[in-house]
Design a protein around this ligand. Sequence first.
Ligand SMILES: [Zn+2]
Length: 422
Amino acid sequence: MSTLPLSGDKAVVPPSTAELLARLPPLPDLKRPLLRPDEVAKSIASGDDAYLEEMISGRFMDFMLRELLDHLPDVVQRITSLGPAGLVLQARPSNTINALAVPTRDGAVIVYNLGFYGAMYSFSRAVALTLEQHNAMQAMEWLSSVVDWATSRAKEPRIQQPLELGEESASLAANLSAQAQRFAMCHELGHVMTFRRAETAVRAATLAGVTVSALPDTWEKEYAADRDGLAMFLRVLASQGKSAAAALIGAEVFLNAAGMMHESSAEEEQAHPPPDDRLARVRNQFLQACGERGYELAGPSLAVRHILEALRGFVTQEVRRRRAETTRRLSEVFEAYTASVTQRSKDDMRAAAKHVSRFLLASPGATLDFLYERIFAPKVSDEPDGGSPARLLAINAALHFEKPLQEAIEIPRLQLHFEGQP
Ligand SMILES: [Zn+2]
């Protein structure tokens, strides 16, 4: 799925794969949720650099791609025909794309959103907790926090307090998430199969601040990539001697996760067909592909589907409720602060800013939006040079956040103007 808004119609020559990779910003520490200090230390001690290298390279999913390609010789052939750079997978943080297949002059690059893949894993854990441990309430509450973060202005995936899972539930969650990732990867491979060598890109797109070439997305292309991706996934499973059921489970988890994220995200872009529409088509294609055994093979996905849909409905409502409630309470705090007639001391400001910054825990999405709006509100005619009390309160609250969150609400840009303020 590529949910990247394209901008401009400027025709550009595609970069080579090396050029494109060099232009992608590096993955900072925070954006490597899989990089666990204890494991890094262990791997270095044992002389295993490969683990560390993989973790910092943004190529976490190479193993999965290799596994799929082992069973898809025609896809390998197409990739080889694109040029010597072949196909490169790169993880990046983003709050606008899930994944994007980009043609280069000498190959293709699939960029996938680390946060989205993290959210998909979280969704799988919540499903497993509901299915195996019957703790739907805890699962829903926890997932709501994950989704609020994942659809906020912050680009980086946040690690929530992990959901405690028993051994069986944990392995079910890992399995659900792996099938979803395979479906997503097959979908992107479906896009890659339509690339031609040295294809001239027709529009420029901005990806993580870098302008790259991209083919225009159409709903038809998305449907086609789902269809071709599903067919590939089924071929891989058949060739591995595994049940076809995994393909439909993967589609259910991936597309329900996409739907859940879409419903909680502020962006109302129509570049992509609604996930439910895609799911309906994929379910039909699955039944057709499996013939007589279709309904039987679709069985396991039904149990998962019911839980996914229930969780998704609850989470969408709950994220909206938390955001509305947090916005309301923040408005009250700001009103009370700006209305106080007495001279506000620096200590008052400090205390109020700290109080405001803590709303991040109640709803990161609403808090970051609220502060951004106050910080960049149009200047009123009688506003002092240093900024209105509300603007200063918002800035000071944001200064409590760690750097990537300050960047998410453009504090660094602002500080150029407000240098020297308390
Ligand atoms: Zn796509």
